[in-house]
Design a protein around this ligand. Sequence first.
Ligand code: AMP
Ligand code: GLY
Length: 423
Amino acid sequence: MNILLLGSGGREHALAWKISQSPKVDKLFIAPGNAGTEQTGINVAIHATDFDALKDFVVYNDIHMVVVGPEDPLAKGVYDYFKNDPQLVSVPVIGPGREGAQLEGSKDFAKAFMMRHQIPTARYKSISAGNLEEGYQFLESLEAPYVLKADGLAAGKGVLIIDSLEEAKKELQQMLEGMFGDASKTVVIEEFLDGIECSVFVMTDGIHYKILPVAKDYKRIGEGNTGLNTGGMGAVSPVPFADDLFMEKVDERIIRPTVEGLKAEGIDYKGFIFLGLIEVKGEPMVIEYNCRMGDPETEAVMLRVKSDLVELLEGVAQGDLKDRVLEEDPRAAVTVMLVSGGYPEAYEKNKVISGLEAVSPESIIFHAGTKNENGQILTNGGRVIAVSSYGANKEEALAKSFAGANQIQFDKKYFRSDIGFDL
Ligand code: AMP
Ligand code: GLY
């Protein structure tokens, strides 16, 4: 079969790496891809949200399945676009429709969904310009720190955690006045939860589901989880505290009600559900939903999926996921992300990347923000390269990834050397 994968980050390179190993695949295309994905498939110069161009490509290249990496095309309705087009309706899209994508695209929707289905999450109130006073009152009823979330997609930047009540009130007002554009016209105020986080990934065909290996990502730029939030500086899988007992609770209280809730509400959801969870005194609670895989978690999780991913994706598309096998690799996998100096604030691009070939074959290099210009690999984003490795345990895997991270060179390279420190 021929598969088209949408996206251009490290997550997509990891998905492409895994998909390309399947004997079921004839051709794998990635739109638009990066300098890494072209080692595992064929890059196509089409933006993931240019649906008309994607349509032409799918029709002329006999594509049998579209796998969506990032949230943007899902929130913009790529699933619905295919479903409503007679020439595309027979091509399955892995990823939810616009409605289901609201689990990520609207924090207000996600919170109300969790309330309707009794899924454990922080107490909250949704505020818009009309009920600002209520927002102030709710803030006064909470203890510091205060969590303010832009309702809509804000490129991972829409969450503020604030220590002082006065500051929180001020920020709430500024958010409503457009600090994050339309995304913060509604703001979700949440009770702060204190605990340790992990990322749980579910594949669902809308009825059945499979749980992928659990991972933990490291979001802050600085060592010891300090400094600004980033897209993610590294990941570790498995996660020791997400043991069988914890995962049973996650399954029973969170995953099952989520999948059943979507179905009960008539939301057709075939794709990945990413649960951002926090463990509070041994109990799992939902911090957020995403409608896609995580980045950089995917760069670790794909190493631990032993089964043929395409076989599973077919199960999602055909509604027989329950008959497919998901086998986990018992080894640990870790990912260390190399980023451009300055990221997540201003940084430079077009730096020559060298030393990739010097990295031990025991590590797998996933490109995130790179491009190939006349055979030279150049930096092309904040997050540049993910170095993933297997190990008998996380320490062994980390040692390999850090060695790889030191081999690769580009001007102002930075990475966190404490990934996994808190596990
Ligand atoms: P989100 O985009 O909702 O995942 O929020 C980004 C990050 O903010 C999360 O990964 C958490 O570290 C933190 N966060 C979000 N909501 C809460 C909360 N209610 N309590 C504590 N931390 C939170
Ligand atoms: N690693 C977090 C995310 O993908 O949103």
